[in-house]
Structure formats: C-alpha cells, structure tokens
Design a binder for this molecule. Structure first.
Ligand code: FPP
Length: 232
C-alpha cells in the first residue's frame, strides 16, 4: 500500500455529534480530541510524513464567544497534556495560521511545544489554527509585494517561489484530504495547496472517526490514479 506523504483532515461534525446526545457543542469538541489522538498514533505508526488538522478557521472566530473561548482553552490544555506523548513518539509539532489572533498564553504554549519537538524526526503533526486559504494567499501576496518594495523592483515569481511565501512553506502539498461528517466542501481550506490533492469524504462524524476509518480512506486513496492533468 502506498502511504501518502501528507494527509490533511477537515475535522467536521463535533457539534452534530454532541447535539445527537443532547449535549453542548463543546462536549463534541472535547470528544474529538480522542480522534486526533487515534489518527496521530496511526499516522506515526505507518510512516506518514505530515498530518495536518484543520482545528480552527479564520471564519470560526465568528462563532459564539463561549464556544471560541472553550475551543481555545481545549487547545491550550491539549498542548500541555499531550506534550509527553508527542515527545515520546518522536512527533514534531507545528501550528500554522494567523498567530497574531491567538492569545499571548496560547501562543506561548504553541511556541514552546514547537521548540521542544523541533528536532523530532518522526511524524510532523500540524494544527491549522486561525487558518484560511484566502488569508494565506493574501498574506503571501503582501509579503511578496513588500520584498519587491524593498528590492525596488518586481522580483521574478513562479509557482515554487510563491509557495515559499505561503504559511505552509516547506510542507509538501497534501496528497489526501479527508473531510468527515458528510459535508463535501473545501471551506476556504488550503486552496493553493490542494490543486492536485485527492479528496475523500465520509459521513462519519469527527468524534467517531478512528483508525479503521482512516484505513478505509487510505484504501480509497490507493485506488486512485493521480495524473496531475496528464494522460496515464
Ligand atoms: C468542526 O465541527 C470542528 C471544529 C471547528 C473544531 C475541531 C477541534 C477539535 C477536534 C478539538 C481537538 C483538536 C485538537 C487539535 C487537539 P463543528 O463544530 O463545525 O461541527 P458541526 O458541523 O456538527 O456543527
């Protein structure tokens, strides 16, 4: 079986999962943490290079304040509570997104875990936090424009060069993008990076997603023929 170098997941359906049980939405987000653990463990075990998880979009800042606060609090706690496991399993941790919008304490926790795991050589676990595809393309364009201003001329730019300005610079484009909960949208995720990504949708709600569901996604991925716009 071919193992994708980069798997990305749009973790969707936490709210519906909670509602089905008559619980608050945050109960679903909390339960989703177990799925994060299961996927991370499995990806590390089978030798996936990068696992990126869409944890919070730029648009998610518009959710009710208590849900946003609860999610940020959950993420902060995860950083502390999962630290030892990540270190023990040689996982490199990274956060990609608009860091300017994160609280000082969350940012501190993120930076410290990134530093501590920087030399780990196993799976790279990327949490996409305060991230959106259009935000990323815009910030890249702004940084390129600023470099041009500084240079006093329009600097040459090709696709590889532009990728280097994206927040995901250095991370290979996702080979496989999984979205749970039956929704079939890209929702302003890695718009540039998903140009040739294989998409896999499953009706399973994120808190129920486990190793067997990931195995099914990998089986489907292995049946695909990736042509990148060419023939055969
Ligand atoms: C989407 O479900 C999920 C989120 C916006 C948050 C994802 C966060 C976690 C799974 C928490 C743990 C994460 C890490 C990285 C440790 P939704 O709220 O949109 O669900 P709905 O569509 O059913 O309302």
């Amino acid at each position: 079986m071919e193992i994708p170098r980069h798997i990305s997941i749009i973790m969707d359906g936490n709210g519906r999962w909670a509602k089905k049980q008559g619980k608050m939405r945050l109960f679903g987000h909390n339960a989703g943490r177990e799925s994060v653990r299961a996927c991370t463990e499995y990806c590390a075990e089978i030798g996936v290079g990068y696992l990126s998880l869409f944890a919070f979009s730029e648009e998610n800042w518009g959710r009710p304040a208590d849900e946003v606060a609860g999610l940020m609090d959950l993420l902060g706690r995860c950083l502390l509570e999962e630290r030892d496991t990540l270190l023990k399993n040689n996982v490199r941790f990274r956060v990609i997104g608009d860091r300017a919008r994160l609280s000082a304490s969350l940012l501190k926790g993120v930076e410290s875990l990134e530093k501590e795991t920087a030399s780990n050589s196993g799976l790279t676990l990327i949490i996409m936090l305060s991230y959106s595809g259009k935000w990323d393309i815009l910030q890249a364009a702004r940084r390129y424009a600023s470099d041009c201003l500084e240079a006093g001329e329009a600097l040459p730019l090709d696709e590889t060069g532009f990728s280097g300005y994206l927040a995901t610079a250095g991370v290979p484009d996702p080979d496989l993008l999984i979205r749970t909960s039956g929704e079939q949208r890209i929702s302003n995720y890695m718009l540039w990076q998903c140009a040739y990504t294989e998409f896999y949708y499953t009706p399973v709600l994120w808190p129920d997603f486990r190793k067997t569901d990931l195995e099914q996604a990998l089986q489907s991925y292995n049946l695909r023929e990736r042509r990148y716009g060419k023939v055969e």
